[in-house]
Design a protein around this ligand. Sequence first.
Ligand SMILES: Nc1ncnc2c1ncn2[C@@H]1O[C@H](COP(=O)(O)OP(=O)(O)O)[C@@H](O)[C@H]1O
Ligand SMILES: [Mg+2]
Length: 259
Amino acid sequence: MTDTRPPKIRIRDLHKSFGAKKVLDGITLDVPQGTSFVIIGGSGSGKSVLLRCILGLIVPDSGSIEIDGENILTASTKRREALRSEIGMLFQNGALFDSLPVWENVTFGLLARKRLKRSDARTHAGTILAQVGLDPSVGELYPSELSGGMQKRVGLARAIAATPDILFFDEPTTGLDPIMGAVIDGLIVDCVKKLGSTAIAITHDMASAQRIGDEAAMLYKGRLIWQGPATSLMNSGNPMVDQFTHGRREGPIGMELRK
Ligand SMILES: Nc1ncnc2c1ncn2[C@@H]1O[C@H](COP(=O)(O)OP(=O)(O)O)[C@@H](O)[C@H]1O
Ligand SMILES: [Mg+2]
């Protein structure tokens, strides 16, 4: 049987500039229901801006973004907020609230949307912390008291707290040692599977991209220049992707930089 549902996320000809700087230059992308999609690309290539556009944190200049067939850019503020609450995000730098204990960080979105009673929040946070391999007692600590790996786990706990349909991961392994990176990737894969979510992860870590991704694409100069299965990232046959994934100094990307 063919799947007749619209893609979970459908992006058409998305453009975004900051002043004279063109960051997204016509992004077109379908992310099917239940797929883990990895977007790779160099620093400053617009990966975070793309995720922030889908999240509604940045308004694109033109183009469309649909979630479940509904254009979020033309939806009412209330509807947009509802769609956004279906997305869990693990931010690049964790973005935890330093002044709040871990339990309140984890349940922040649920409390703000009144989907959880404050008196139940500590217990609920403990359950979610356990899902990312942390002892419920970590809930009483403050972000500054956590190691980098623990902060990522707490960020992941916050992202999955509302059992979202869609999960975004912004460079989930950046700043972690390779072993902790693998642990976090494993947790991400487990969480996505358990929730049955559709996921987009952006990264420049090739090991991570292959662990997390089903599908992959490469962002370069504001465009998606390649798309294929994550398993072919290291042998895509595309000279730019090859240079990037193998970290070669010489190649079409380097030649661009020297111009
Ligand atoms: N709010 C903003 N205002 C101005 N420029 C921005 C803003 N956000 C991102 N940029 C610029 O857009 C480009 C892409 O940024 P980003 O998406 O964060 O890159 P990355 O691929 O490393 O995640 C960068 O040159 C960055 O400086
Ligand atoms: Mg980024």
